[in-house]
Design a binder for this molecule. Sequence first.
Ligand SMILES: *Cc1c(COP(=O)(O)O)cnc(C)c1O
Length: 457
Amino acid sequence: MERSKFQLDESQIPSTWYNIAADLPGAPLAPALNPATGAPLTRDEMGATMPEPIIDQELSTERDIEIPEPVRQLYAQWRPSPLYRARRLEKALGTPAKIYYKYEGVAPSGSHKPNTGIPQAYYNKQAGKTGLITETGAGQWGSATALSAALFGLTAKVFMVKVSFQQKPYRRALMESYGATCVPSPSPETAVGREILAKYPDSPGSLGIATSEALETAATDPSLGYVLGSAANHVLLHQTVIGQEALLQMELAGDYPDVIVGCSGGGSNLAGLTFPFIGAQLRGGPAVRVLAVEPAACPTLTRGSIAYDYADTGRLGPLFRMHTLGHEFMPPPVHAGGLRAHGIGPLVSRAVEDKLIEPIAVGQTGCFEAGVQFARTEGILPAPESTHAIRGAIDEALKCKAEGVGRTILFGLSGHGHFDLVAYDKYFAGTLEDDVVNEEQLDLAAASIPQLGGATS
Ligand SMILES: *Cc1c(COP(=O)(O)O)cnc(C)c1O
């Protein structure tokens, strides 16, 4: 029988996370800045929202960082996650390419996000916190936080972008099932929220606003630990269990990827899968082409500038040097809620700048088309975010077909779409639109990027 599933045993869960900062050529990563002073953020300032071990990870240039044993134990519930060869999809496409995918939807909350939720809950518990506080867009990060808090006996409070809160009642119910409190944002609970509600009573909310509300709440209650779902160095670090496992699984399959494809929001699942392969390349291993696929409606990597900007609309947090559309960018309501971020993780931004990752932007209807073709051949209904990676992988496989060459393609299937069936319904009804942003919108949002050093375009 031809093998289609490559599974490792529990002992092969990585014992360390991989830090790409150790292998990046050239200057070190640009530091985060205090917006008031313009000086690099100090450890003390970071300590306001982060426990010591996370600050260490945020700043580390060490290659391998040990995963605490209690975290590995919890990972073992669903890790190592499976790697599959998409034989039926290959056949349907008639491509000479081999397509593999690493599936993160086997986690209890349905995506890769608990890979970082669990260690962040662990370190916050160690630091004496009694609860976690965060924001969520589509709800996947909120679900992962709620799950992780429950596993460590912590409370969880999640500010959820109001439009998603209303459109995705089942995500909220999942968080509540885990014992979390979910608040629609903007809310009257914070000064930031009250200010926005006074100006715009019907505001649908945004990830930037929800982030400001969570940061403000964390700042006023020292018993709460603020946790981050994407973009930060330590989050990307935690996700590298994905790629390290995939390296071993590709070896089991007797193959090595020529091309790796991931969807890109804040960059965490993309980095998690690809950084261990990019690191191997930087240390003299085989070259890989890495594709970051983002929505055309929120084209951070393909049309953003590289500059210092805020991660939150309320400008409470630090400045990060990254690809950004401007912190006031309001993305159109595409269904891949997890990909609607104005900025991207500084490490992913740097890898794109260094040409280690190639960004492309795609429209959402083409993504749902790819997602449905994938479901009908491979049986897994992908999250709308993940369909972007599938679109990218299918297009690469079709290119192989046109060129008559059989490359090996690996893509990240970051989560399942069982909470996203309303979006699939709309796709089938033909009412899903390819929202595009025009130059005017982009210019307007870009004007919110602060004028500091570090801008290169
Ligand atoms: C959150 C999410 C994403 C986007 O976030 P990244 O940090 O870019 O990975 C992608 N896919 C799924 C399933 C998600 O939940």
